[in-house]
Design a protein around this ligand. Structure first.
Ligand SMILES: Nc1ncnc2c1ncn2[C@@H]1O[C@H](COP(=O)(O)OP(=O)(O)OP(=O)(O)O)[C@@H](O)[C@H]1O
Ligand SMILES: [Mg+2]
Length: 161
């Protein structure tokens, strides 16, 4: 498990941006964290890192957004999903097991649908006496390929905030 502390939205965004640059395709990134933790911000960083900023899908279709960049990024926000089974109506398999990248906000709600190999990104609020409010971002790889990818990301030890 790898931990990164972030004391600004930019730091969180940049971490996701750099992670996106390591992605090869067929990865799933499961993102956990409370309301306002920074999950959507993290996905925006992923999208930008893949070279896409605006979703190509309608903003009113809120459970699934697609971003077209170097790889297709499917962004699921399952918070308002009526039930885990409703994921099937969204055609999740095409994305979870497809050639692009999938990011799932509130992935703990659909745990049973996650593939064997994925990267868990868990974002928790922290309060530092000196640096103030921040986030502890934990990267937990499941599977060898994902582990290698995160290792590559963490090799670059430039200051992150
Ligand atoms: N270090 C930080 N990292 C990420 N976000 C931060 C940080 N510090 C402050 N923020 C703020 O926290 C908010 C995170 O919002 P965001 O929409 O990404 O959260 P979320 O986890 O997607 O929430 P929701 O559960 O409602 O979908 C933003 O307003 C962002 O500016
Ligand atoms: Mg969100």
């Amino acid at each position: 498990m790898y931990q990164v502390k972030s004391f600004s939205p930019e730091t969180t965004y940049k971490l996701a941006f750099r992670l996106a640059q390591e992605l090869q395709g067929s990865e799933l990134i499961a993102i956990e964290g409370d309301l306002g933790a920074g999950k959507t911000l993290f996905v925006k960083g992923l999208a930008a890192g893949l070279g896409a900023v605006e979703p190509v899908t309608s903003p009113t279709f809120t459970l699934l957004h697609l971003y077209e960049g170097r790889l297709l990024l499917a962004h699921f926000d399952v918070y308002r999903l009526p039930s885990p089974q409703a994921l099937e109506e969204l055609g999740y398999e095409e994305y979870f097991f497809g050639p692009g990248v999938t990011a799932v906000e509130w992935s703990d709600l659909i745990q049973a649908y996650l593939p064997e190999e994925y990267l868990l990104v868990s974002i928790k609020r922290i309060d530092d006496p000196k640096r103030g409010e921040g986030r502890l971002i934990e990267l937990v790889p499941f599977g060898i390929a994902i582990e290698t990818l995160v290792e590559e990301l963490m090799k670059d030890d430039r200051p992150r905030d």
